[in-house]
Design a protein around this ligand. Structure first.
Ligand code: TYD
Ligand code: MG
Length: 443
């Protein structure tokens, strides 16, 4: 082996990465099936899939806060979950608490720490209390030792903290490199599939928000969860960005306390908590996260543009959707922001993908542009059509209930819902965007 800095094929510098050598002439496929001749033979069988033919994937609930809801019911045996988050957000704490819960639920858990010693993890476990003392624990960063421990312990759940520290002796790359992380993940995944042990990998996230090391890791694993801080400090959000077994819309909220993470089952007012009073450009949407409505503040700011092409910057809201709403505002409600820079931000790190957030976004934009604050007790839940009409949304009743519980007394809803929803005290039925903006203007 020798060092090579320049690619002999394209001439680029520092682009070469190490990869394990293929075994046998059949390359990767042959290696995976264990065939030495290269003529690999995979077992082919009937797929099944007719109704009632194939059982739904079995799940093991963890029963820790709402993690199961985010997972779509629990951990699927043999699956690999990647838990990503910035350093210090509480990944190790969450992992240890999950492991403890799973243990109490009767699972056999192997906890592997490549970052901390038995004493360090023991101290944390003591802070967290029940469930963690019976965990099977090994402090190692060596893949081969982890695989041997999995072999010996036959766990139902394997926890790895973190995947970036794991390294295989078969490779010469340093731990944390793309090659090592990818190879270790693949080996752990193969073992998970073979033994049926669910595996949770902790992954560090870089400043830019990407899972450090390879993005390819996200393609490899079955489920990707992100653990994020909330700007108010102690709250943490857990949400999925990929789930082969369920939806990725659900959201769980925790609070970091002196004795670990505490689930917040009803975060109702969390994302509207420190809403400024009497300031223009702020509106409250009631989007669904999975099945649960959660009032969220949207802020807009408009300013005369100094550029030929005005800026459109949206955080937590799809930029294309913003462009469409600006066009509808102009054509259907006479609000021309064509010469203005427009900034839109969803508070608290939430992402609004629910179309029912449209009206709140439009109302925030109109409020910013007219410099007229929206009354404090008002929330919005309606999708906006290209004709400027307000379109019906799902789960209107639970949204109104959630808004009222969070202290709102007036929820703008599409008029189309009046027949089905009827007389709800807080409901304010409106047919079009321009009608909604007129009402806000005259209030
Ligand atoms: P940690 O889980 O180590 O974060 P990560 O693994 O994501 O780097 O925890 C990070 C912070 O949480 C740390 O600053 C201490 C704090 N913490 C508490 O506030 N309460 C607790 O019970 C524990 C265990 C940690
Ligand atoms: Mg950690």
């Amino acid at each position: 082996m020798r060092w090579e800095g320049k690619c002999p094929s394209c001439g680029a510098w520092n682009t070469l990465v190490e990869a394990p050598a293929p075994v046998g002439s059949g390359g990767r496929r042959a290696r995976e099936s264990g065939s030495r001749s290269g003529a690999s033979v995979a077992e082919v069988s009937r797929l099944g899939g007719a109704a009632g033919d194939v059982p739904r994937p079995e799940r093991r609930p963890i029963e820790f806060g709402e993690v199961d809801r985010v997972l779509g019911g629990g951990l699927v045996p043999g699956s690999v979950l990647l838990l990503g988050g910035a350093p210090g957000v509480g990944k190790s704490t969450l992992l240890l608490q999950l492991a403890g819960r799973a243990q109490i639920g009767g699972a056999r858990v192997l906890y592997v720490s490549g970052e901390e010693s038995r004493e360090q993890v023991g101290l944390r476990a003591a802070r967290l209390g029940s469930g963690t003392s019976e965990l099977r624990f090994v402090a190692t960063d060596r893949l081969e030792e982890v695989l041997a421990a999995v072999e010996a312990e036959a766990p139902d759940l394997v926890c790895i903290d973190s995947i970036q520290t794991m390294w295989s002796g078969d490779l010469t790359s340093a731990p944390g490199t793309v090659t090592q992380v990818r190879a270790c993940s693949a080996a752990l995944q193969a073992r998970a599939k073979a033994t049926g042990a669910a595996t949770v990998l902790v992954g560090h996230v870089t400043k830019g928000g990407a899972l450090a090391g390879p993005r390819t890791l996200e393609h490899l694993v079955d489920v990707v969860l992100h653990f994020e801080g909330h700007r108010l400090g102690e709250h943490r959000l857990l949400r999925g960005s990929k789930n082969r077994f369920g939806s990725v819309d659900e959201l769980a909220v925790f609070r970091m306390t002196g004795s670990g993470l505490e689930p917040v089952p009803d975060p109702g007012g969390l994302f509207i908590e420190d809403r400024p009073e009497g300031v223009s450009g702020s509106a409250v949407a009631v989007p669904l996260h999975g099945t649960r409505p959660l009032p969220a503040e949207v802020q807009a700011l408009t300013a005369t543009s100094r550029y030929a092409t005005p800026q459109r910057i949206a955080t937590g809201f799809p930029p294309r959707r913003l462009t469409i709403l600006l066009a509808v505002l102009e054509r259907r409600a006479g609000l021309d922001l064509g010469g203005s820079d427009v900034f839109l931000s969803v508070i608290g790190g939430l992402r609004l993908t629910d179309p029912a957030a449209d009206l709140a976004v439009a109302a925030a934009l109109a409020s910013a542009s007219r410099d007229r604050p929206i009354a404090g007790g008002t929330a919005f839940a309606a999708e906006i059509g290209l004709g400027g009409e307000l379109r019906a949304i799902s789960h209107a009743e639970t949204r109104v209930t959630a808004a009222v519980r969070a202290g709102f007394d007036c929820v703008f809803l599409p008029a189309a819902l009046r027949p089905s929803l009827g007389k709800v005290a807080a409901a304010r039925y409106v047919a079009t965007l321009s009608e909604a903006l007129d009402l806000l203007e005259t209030e």
